[in-house]
Design a binder for this molecule. Structure first.
Ligand code: CA
Ligand code: CA
Ligand code: CA
Ligand code: CA
Length: 217
């Protein structure tokens, strides 16, 4: 009689152990010959619940990303225009021309001080000692022509910095990523939201819209 009760007790316990969780230390310890079987078996180890550890809370900031800019720039066809020798790459001179063309917002082939100040600010060079108007306008005619611009840009390390794969030319993606990084640099909080992006994009790349009003005195 006693034996029967014991057996039932053991079965009962083993069943419970399997039912709760396999691998709990308390189950495997007292296997054989334990007399007092039903010591609180039913209540132990129920609270451990290895459920999901919360949700990933990401503060998603709405910023326009570099892929979008690359794609937008691509649709303008400007890169092909800048690529004077049609090898689908920008060498260093083509790069200077591209930059100059972009900053010459009113498209008169001259860079005046207003265009310069606007761009220096937009592209994150404000307060940078390398980007000083008088240092670039070397003949002091109060304009920066393309040669002066190329010379000035050549004194920076930008071309080599942008040339991510070090082949001494810029493919469109390298060029786009370089520009995008500067815009982010020039932005107040480093995130180009839709409005900021549109504003700067239209200023430099949308040729159908006359954005710039020269304020020559
Ligand atoms: Ca080229
Ligand atoms: Ca101009
Ligand atoms: Ca000049
Ligand atoms: Ca390259």
């Amino acid at each position: 009689m006693k034996k029967n009760i014991m057996n039932i007790g053991r079965l009962w316990k083993i069943g419970l152990c399997f039912g709760v969780t396999i691998g709990l230390a308390s189950c495997s310890n007292d296997e054989a010959g334990a007399v007092e079987d039903e010591v609180g078996v039913a209540t132990e180890e129920t609270a451990t619940f290895g459920g999901e550890t919360g949700l990933a809370e990401e503060a998603t900031v709405a910023g326009v990303e570099e892929d979008a800019f690359y794609s937008d720039l691509n649709t303008t066809g400007l890169y092909e225009e800048w690529d004077a020798n049609d090898d689908n790459l920008l060498d260093e001179n083509e790069y200077y021309g591209a930059f100059y063309d972009t900053w010459d917002i009113n498209d008169d082939n001259q860079l005046d001080e207003n265009e310069w100040n606007t761009a220096v600010n937009d592209y994150g060079f404000a307060g940078n000692d390398t980007w000083v108007w008088t240092g670039w306008d070397t003949n002091n005619d109060n304009l920066i022509d393309e040669n002066e611009f190329g010379a000035g840009l050549g004194n920076t390390a930008m071309f080599t910095d942008w040339d991510a794969n070090n082949d001494s030319v810029l493919e469109e993606r390298e060029y786009a990523d370089g520009i995008y990084a500067l815009w982010v640099e020039g932005d107040d909080d480093g995130i180009l939201d839709e409005e900021e992006y549109n504003d700067i994009y239209v200023r430099y790349y949308d040729m159908d819209v006359v954005q710039y009003i020269p304020e020559r005195g």
